[in-house]
Design a protein. Structure first.
Length: 344
C-alpha cells in the first residue's frame, strides 16, 4: 500500500486529435456522384432499361430509339451537368473563402448579371439565337463583371460584396429594359436565364473544359492560402502570405469557373451557396479537403436536380435551375438565421 501510495502518478497522455477521414469522405461523395450519373443516363421522360444503356455504349444500334436517346441526349447533358456542377462548387467555395461571407455565391460578385446582360445584347443587337453561339458572350460578360468588381473592391471583402451588389443592381434594370424592347430577346433569353441542361452538346463541353480545368488548378493553388486567410488578413500577412496575390489568384479562378458554368448551363441559382456549406460539414475547415469535396458535391447536386426535373413534370421537364432554387432556399434561410451554420 505504501509503495503504491508513493509511486509517481501515471503520466497524463493527451488523446490524439481526431482527424476527419478526408479520403473516406471523398470516396463516399464520388459514390454518390456515380449514382447520380447513372440515374441521369437511365431516367427521363421515357425510362431506359439498364441493359439498353449498356448496349448503347458497347454495341450501339443506329436505328434504336433508346440508344439514340442515351448517346445523343443524356450523355451530353450528364457530362455538361457534371462539368458545370464542379465549376459552381469550386467557384462558390473560393468566393466564400476569399470574402469570408457565408452567403456568397457567383451571383454576389455580379457574375450572373454580367453574363445575362451580354447574352441579352447579343440576342438583341446581333440576332444570336443558338445557345452554342451566345455562350461566348456569356463568358465574356461574366469575366468583365468580375474584373469590374475586383477593381472596385481592391481586395477588401466588404468592398467586393458591395461592389457585386451594386453592379447587379445597376445591370438588372438594363437587362429588363432591353427585354421589354425586344420580344425576340425575351423569348430566347428566358430559356437560358432559368438555368437548364437541355439542348447542350458535347462540343460545348469540349470548348469550355479547359477553362474549368484551369480554374480548378488555381483553386488547388489557393487552398492553403485560404486556410491562412480565414484567420484574418493581419494574421495571414504575419505568417508571410501575400494577401493581395491570394485574392488575385482566387479572383481569376472564380472568373474562369463561374464564367464557364454560366456559359454552359445559364445562371443556376444557389449551387455555389449550398455546396460549400455541405462540404465544410463533411470535410472540416481545411480548404485542401473542402475543395475536392465541393467539386464532387457540386456535380452531384446539379445532376440530381436535373433528374428530379425530368421526373416531376412528365411528359415535360422542369429546368434544373428551378429545382436547385427549391433545394437551396432552405439552406439560405438557415444561413441567414443560424450562427452555427454561418461559422462553418
Amino acid at each position: 500500500m505504501l509503495t503504491s501510495a508513493l509511486a509517481p502518478p501515471a503520466p497524463v497522455t493527451e488523446a490524439p486529435p481526431r482527424r476527419r477521414p478526408g479520403v473516406a469522405v471523398v470516396a463516399v461523395c464520388l459514390g454518390l456522384f456515380v449514382l447520380a450519373a447513372v440515374a441521369s443516363l437511365l431516367l427521363g421522360v421515357r425510362g431506359t432499361p439498364p441493359i439498353e444503356v449498356w448496349r448503347a455504349f458497347t454495341d450501339p444500334v443506329a436505328t434504336s430509339g433508346d440508344h439514340r436517346v442515351v448517346l445523343d441526349l443524356r450523355v451530353p447533358r450528364t457530362l455538361v451537368g457534371a462539368l458545370a456542377g464542379v465549376a459552381l462548387g469550386l467557384a462558390g467555395t473560393l468566393i466564400q473563402g476569399v470574402t469570408r461571407n457565408p452567403i456568397a455565391d457567383p451571383g454576389l460578385l455580379g457574375i450572373n448579371a454580367g453574363a445575362s446582360l451580354a447574352v441579352v445584347l447579343a440576342i438583341w443587337l446581333l440576332g444570336v439565337t443558338s445557345p452554342t453561339s451566345f455562350v461566348w458572350f456569356a463568358f465574356a460578360g461574366a469575366a468583365l463583371a468580375a474584373l469590374a468588381v475586383a477593381a472596385i473592391g481592391r481586395g477588401d471583402p466588404v468592398r467586393l460584396a458591395l461592389g457585386g451588389a451594386a453592379l447587379t443592381a445597376l445591370l438588372t434594370p438594363v437587362i429588363t429594359m432591353v427585354l421589354m424592347r425586344s420580344r425576340q430577346a425575351f423569348d430566347e433569353y428566358r430559356f437560358w436565364a432559368v438555368g437548364s441542361l437541355t439542348g447542350r452538346d458535347l462540343d460545348l463541353a469540349g470548348d469550355l473544359w479547359p477553362y474549368v480545368a484551369t480554374g480548378a488548378v488555381l483553386a488547388v493553388v489557393c487552398a492553403h492560402r485560404l486556410n491562412l486567410l480565414a484567420l484574418g488578413d493581419d494574421v495571414a500577412r504575419g505568417l508571410g502570405q501575400r494577401v493581395g496575390t491570394t485574392r488575385a489568384l482566387a479572383g481569376l479562378g472564380i472568373t474562369l469557373l463561374a464564367g464557364a458554368a454560366t456559359s454552359l448551363v445559364g445562371p443556376i441559382a444557389l449551387v455555389g451557396l449550398v455546396v460549400p456549406h455541405a462540404a465544410r460539414r463533411l470535410a472540416g475547415s481545411d480548404y485542401r479537403r473542402i475543395l475536392p469535396v465541393a467539386a464532387v458535391l457540386g456535380a452531384t447536386l446539379l445532376l440530381v436536380a436535373d433528374v428530379i426535373g425530368r421526373l416531376v413534370a412528365r411528359p415535360g421537364e422542369l429546368e434544373a435551375g428551378i429545382v436547385t432554387a427549391f433545394l437551396g432556399a432552405p439552406v439560405l434561410v438557415a444561413v441567414a438565421r443560424g450562427r452555427k451554420v454561418a461559422q462553418l
